[in-house]
Ligand binder design. Structure first.
Ligand code: SF4
Ligand code: SF4
Ligand code: SF4
Ligand code: FES
Length: 760
């Protein structure tokens, strides 16, 4: 920072050089002066209602709220004195006037900011003897429970809901002493992120799925990475014994790139881990058409190795294929590739990701944008995709960049997505014409063709070009899974195409899975698409499938493709493809393994074992290593995921030199070094895209309806379908008979949606 940007502030007699414009409460805290607060929350609009953050500033007549003060040069500040403590104690006494003293039965007891402050000071008088405003506890949704009496009206929840989520689902109602946080109609119809629960400093908003189960201090906290979308949120897994009890993002445990943000999947999608339907032992189908029967590990490994050996000797190495899910850790994907290339020496291996990022990374012309870059970007161009539903942290960062940072957002989408309300320019195109948008941006001469196909005026394209050409600061291009491989290659080169003075051009792909980026890195350039391998017909005789790819036509609903005769599946649950498997190995979930995921920022982040593997399950990489050993190749990793990662650091160029100890600080994530490609001639890709755009129809309806909240988030997947609350959300988040009793007791969620009588 330039010296001229620094000013001098004196706090409790000590001088500090601080940035011009810094907020006093942050400066005090950064320099270890404790300032109590309830309503202040960094990066949210100011509320300034709790008056706990009082300080004395020389030449100012009264005590000041430090959360509203911007530092000025020469400011003299006192943070601790009898006068300040007296005022703060009075404020706390007021806050407790209506607060029930029920910490022993409150789920937040032990991690409540109100309780902490009250205990810190001790000896707090309570002079109010009036009757408290009693209100019943209730549920606001399957996920959010509410005890309104505990509310101190700091309004962190309402601001988070509005500013992060853009939902305004929760609001303060009534007036004066009767003010209460609630929702229209008493029932929350929102994305159920639970961020209002997370930021609530008291036990007013509570995790309805974990309610009254454990006290927070009974839980072991393990910092790990989310296993749902590609944003890679950092989170704390709270476990007790062999049970994963809850997930939070509290920065008291974690200080990752998502702060206290998690979405509904990350926070509430974990109960699949201890679900009773987890596969307990290895299973073997000894004869085609027979039943899967339990077997020992030794037996299943031997049976698999013998059959793989047989297939290779009868039909050659290429008759064996290896497919990994983009949900697996880098370590598991790396071992799968190693198995394919070094043990059975087949060229048939790949990832079951419908949105392959291979063309993007092969042409990558600039750096990946981090989520922090997005929050402070000047201009964001979003082509296709719907981050609010598919990469919710990215959605939140975009919203905040616009609302709190004044960024210009340009959206080119076939659906009037909710984020368009933040957009400086929304270009509403026909479905399936996203490639035309890329063509128009990359090639001026295609403006007219692309506009006709997209169903927009050429002026719309020109307006977008103008906004891009005027961009100063960070300009970020994001794109969704609608783009073809060629269009992806073109976007990957945008940093060269749109380079300009005063701006940095960054890229942010929106892949669909937690480790889509890592899967691309681990499998390398020779990897194939799983769909191509499954379509391999008779040439593929045996296949190792780690993680169910959920290929639509494998479920037997449509015409079943010619599946390999010998399928070996690693899974948590019996799934459609297990009907065709000859061997099923119980695979450990992300909560039971050590490893890493690489997110859409290119951050390689730790996955840490929170509980022992459930039943007899084993990490996918270890199953592969055991198979390799049975086939005569010792990977030499023993039981250590860090040994696998060490080899990744030696052999995968983008991960060169990385080791687990270098990844231990989640507040300082490590970005892998994807190779940056020089500017190249895109004539070939442009021609292919132009031809496919020419083939599009000149008319066609546009989608006029804004998709409802949760249309992607609440879709049931292999993991979330095991969570009863998600089944309720998927069934339309039905309102229960009475809000006082958990909806799970009132609505049967097993067979469709069926109400059951409320219990008393
Ligand atoms: S769960 Fe999320 S979207 Fe719903 S009210 Fe709370 S903060 Fe708002
Ligand atoms: S519910 Fe919690 S976060 Fe919301 S105003 Fe009340 S105390 Fe604050
Ligand atoms: S935004 Fe993505 S990474 Fe973050 S909690 Fe949700 S699903 Fe997990
Ligand atoms: S934290 Fe400053 S008024 Fe609440």
């Amino acid at each position: 920072m330039d010296q001229s940007d620094l000013i001098k502030v004196t706090i409790n007699g000590k001088d500090f050089q601080v940035a011009k414009g810094a907020r006093l409460i942050d400066v005090c805290r950064d320099n270890s002066f404790n300032i109590p607060s309830f309503c202040y929350y960094a990066d949210l609009a100011l509320q300034a209602s709790c008056r706990m953050c009082l300080v004395r500033i020389e030449k100012m007549p009264k005590l000041q709220t430090s959360c509203t003060i911007t530092c000025t040069d020469g400011m003299l500040v006192t943070t601790q004195s009898e006068e300040i403590e007296k005022a703060q104690r009075s404020m706390l006494e007021f806050l407790l006037a209506n607060h029930p003293l029920d910490c022993p039965v409150c789920d937040r007891g032990g991690e409540c900011e109100l309780q902490e402050l009250t205990f810190d000071w001790g000896n707090l008088e309570e002079r109010f003897i009036e009757r408290k405003n009693a209100r019943p506890e209730k549920y606001l949704s399957p996920m959010v429970a509410n005890d309104p009496q505990r509310c101190i009206l700091c309004k962190r929840c309402t601001r988070v809901c509005d500013e992060w989520m853009g939902e305004e689902a929760i609001e303060a109602g009534n007036r004066g002493a009767n003010t209460v946080i609630g929702t229209f109609g008493g029932w929350l119809n929102c994305s159920q992120c639970g961020n209002c629960i997370e930021v609530c400093p008291t036990g007013t908003l509570l995790d309805g799925t974990y309610r009254h189960q454990h006290r927070p201090w009974e839980l072991t906290q393990t910092v790990s990475t989310c296993n749902f979308c590609s944003d890679g949120c950092q989170m704390s897994l709270g476990s007790r014994g062999d049970e994963l009890a809850r997930i939070v993002a509290r920065d008291r445990y974690v200080n990752g790139h998502n702060g206290e943000f998690l979405c509904v999947k990350g926070r509430f999608g974990h109960p699949f881990v201890n679900h009773e339907a987890r596969i307990r032992t290895p299973l073997i189908r000894y004869k085609t058409g027979g039943r899967l029967v339990p077997a020992t590990w030794d037996e299943a490994i031997r049976f698999t190795a013998e059959n793989l050996d047989r297939v290779v000797s009868e039909h050659g190495n290429s008759a064996l294929a290896v497919v990994g899910s983009p949900r697996l850790t880098n370590e598991s994907l790396y071992c799968l590739r190693k198995f394919a290339t070094e043990v059975v020496e087949t060229e048939n291996y790949g990832v079951s990701d419908t949105f392959s990022l291979k063309p993007f990374f092969e042409n990558l012309g600039g750096q990946l944008a981090t989520h922090r870059d997005i929050r402070f970007a000047a201009t964001i161009v979003l082509i296709g995709g719907e981050p609010e539903e598919l990469q919710p942290l990215t959605g939140k960062q975009i919203r905040q960049a616009v609302r709190n940072g004044g960024a210009k957002l340009i959206i080119i989408n076939s659906r009037p997505v909710r984020l368009r309300e933040q957009a400086a320019k929304f270009v509403h195109i026909r479905p399936g014409t996203e490639d035309a948008a890329v063509l128009a941006l990359a090639d001026d001469s295609s403006t007219s063709l692309a506009s006709t196909k997209m169903g927009i005026a050429t002026g719309d394209i020109e307006a977008v070009r103008k906004l891009i050409s005027e961009a100063q600061g960070d300009l970020i291009f994001m794109f969704g899974s609608e783009l073809s491989a060629e269009a992806q290659s073109i976007v990957a080169q945008f940093p060269h195409l749109f380079a300009g003075e005063g701006r940095r051009v960054l890229l942010h792909p929106l892949p669909l899975f937690n480790n889509s980026v890592g899967a691309n890195d681990m499998m390398g350039v020779s990897a194939k698409q799983a769909t191509d391998l499954f379509a391999g017909g008779k040439s593929i005789r045996a296949m190792i499938v780690a993680g169910d790819p959920r290929l639509p036509n494998v479920a037997g609903e449509d015409e079943t493709p010619q599946l390999p005769e010998f399928i070996v599946l690693f899974e948590h649950f019996l799934s459609p493809i297990s009907q065709h498997a000859r061997v099923v190995f119980p695979a450990a979930s992300y909560a039971e393994v050590d490893g890493t995921f690489t997110n859409n920022d290119g951050f390689v982040q730790r996955v840490r074992k929170a509980i022992e593997p459930v039943h007899q399950s084993m990490p996918d990489w270890m199953i592969v290593a055991r198979l390799a050993k049975e086939l005569g190749v010792d990977f030499g990793f023993e039981r250590s995921a860090s040994a696998v990662f060490r080899e990744i650091g030696e052999r995968v160029p983008a991960y060169a030199g990385l080791r687990y100890p270098l990844l231990k600080d989640e507040s300082n994530p490590v970005q892998v070094k994807h190779a940056i490609a020089a500017r190249r001639d895109l004539a070939g890709e442009l021609e292919t895209v132009r031809r496919s755009v020419e083939a599009l129809s000149d008319d066609g309806e546009k989608i006029l309806l804004t998709p409802p909240v949760g249309h992607e988030l609440f879709k049931l997947g292999t993991l979330t379908e095991k969570v009863p609350q998600f089944r309720l959300l998927a069934a339309g988040n039905p309102t229960p008979e009475t809000f006082a009793i958990s909806p799970l007791y009132q609505i049967s969620v097993d067979e469709g949606l069926k109400r059951v009588p409320a219990v008393a």
